[in-house]
Design a protein around this ligand. Structure first.
Ligand SMILES: NC(=O)c1ccc[n+]([C@@H]2O[C@H](COP(=O)([O-])OP(=O)(O)OC[C@H]3O[C@@H](n4cnc5c(N)ncnc54)[C@H](O)[C@@H]3O)[C@@H](O)[C@H]2O)c1
Length: 292
């Protein structure tokens, strides 16, 4: 190999080793919604472990048609402490993703603090699965899961485009965003429709933002043991719904995956390791979809 080529290869190797030592997201700032919940706090931890600073939001109060508790302000405080404990910086706000103006304020507070935002994780979501079914459950699922995701991306686009640094947007959908599951209730149909809806958003944004080197992808977890799945109210709902209680299990021999398994997929999509991956629906589903 000519000397010049070897020197260039050595330099690239050194750069990669340096990057690895500092973390796969060193120098980046990530905006995460639903950050105090089961998956959200795991994403935040994983991104911070790999060197990112964080802007985190969570509603921190109940949503009327959701039968299990949403996060509390104390739980958001714990997430803040967790990030600081990892030596990273964090801006946190109690914000509802349905309120676009409030979400813009939260995003802008992060932008003021850090000067840039490179990664967006649209994770906030609800499963309004009510035994006493109500039409409002449909509206709430669409408002939080679909419109909230739209707001999360819209508030971020202007600064990401203006910065000309590229970036990565990751939407947390579900296996219910790829196949027809969720049951026959208003809330279950709203969940399936909203999780499919974000795939449409993801595909359109991936095309719209590609000229700016901003990538947009979605992840599709099977069941994860968070409140959305383990709360007694949800277990009661699933048991009384003949369609849901018959859903086929995962192909791999696990009932659920861990939050960190989903966060590792989010991390990879957020990192430069996935620099040419955009417009992709990535299942983290222990083979659930392939088995159907
Ligand atoms: N747990 C699962 O089995 C599973 C499977 C597939 C997809 N998902 C998706 O993963 C994401 C995270 O869910 P989770 O399992 O961590 O549930 P979770 O209930 O533990 O966490 C959701 C978080 O979002 C917050 N939130 C709810 N409404 C909000 C709003 N309007 N604005 C801001 N924050 C809001 C809640 O306070 C909570 O902290 C959701 O989008 C969910 O649909 C979960």
């Amino acid at each position: 190999m000519p000397d010049e080529a070897r020197r260039s290869q050595d330099a690239r190797g050194e750069e990669a080793r340096d990057q690895e030592a500092r973390g796969r997201l060193a120098g980046k700032v990530a905006f995460v919604t639903g950050a105090a919940g089961g998956l959200g706090r795991s994403h935040v931890r994983r991104l911070a472990e790999e060197g990112a600073d964080l802007v985190v939001v969570d509603i921190c109060r109940p949503v009327e048609t959701v039968p299990y508790p949403q996060s509390t302000p104390e739980e958001l405080d714990e997430v803040v402490e967790d990030v600081r404990g990892l030596g990273r910086r964090v801006v946190a706000r109690q914000t509802d993703v349905r309120d676009r103006d409030a979400l813009q304020e939260a995003y802008d507070a992060g932008l003021d603090a850090f000067g840039q935002i490179d990664v967006v994780v649209a994770n906030a979501g609800i499963a309004p699965l009510l035994v006493e079914d109500r039409v409002q459950a449909w509206h709430d699922a669409i408002a939080v899961n679909l419109t909230g995701t739209f707001h999360t991306i819209e508030v971020a686009i202007p600064s990401m485009v203006a910065a000309e640094r590229g970036g990565s947007i990751v939407i947390v959908s579900s296996t219910a965003g790829l196949v027809g599951i969720g049951g026959a209730s208003n809330g279950g149909l709203g969940y399936a429709a909203s999780k499919h809806g974000v795939v449409g958003l993801m595909r359109a944004y991936a095309n719209n933002l590609a000229p700016h080197s901003i990538r947009v992808n979605s992840v599709h977890p099977t069941g994860v043991a968070t409140r959305m799945v383990t709360d007694p109210a949800v277990i009661e709902f699933v048991a009384q719904d003949p369609i849901l209680s018959e859903e086929s299990p995962n192909a791999l021999p696990v009932d659920t995956v861990e939050a960190v398994d989903v966060s590792n997929a989010v991390l990879w999509l957020a990192s430069d390791e996935a620099r040419y991956v955009t417009g992709v629906t990535l299942p983290v589903d222990a083979g659930f979809i392939n088995r159907r």
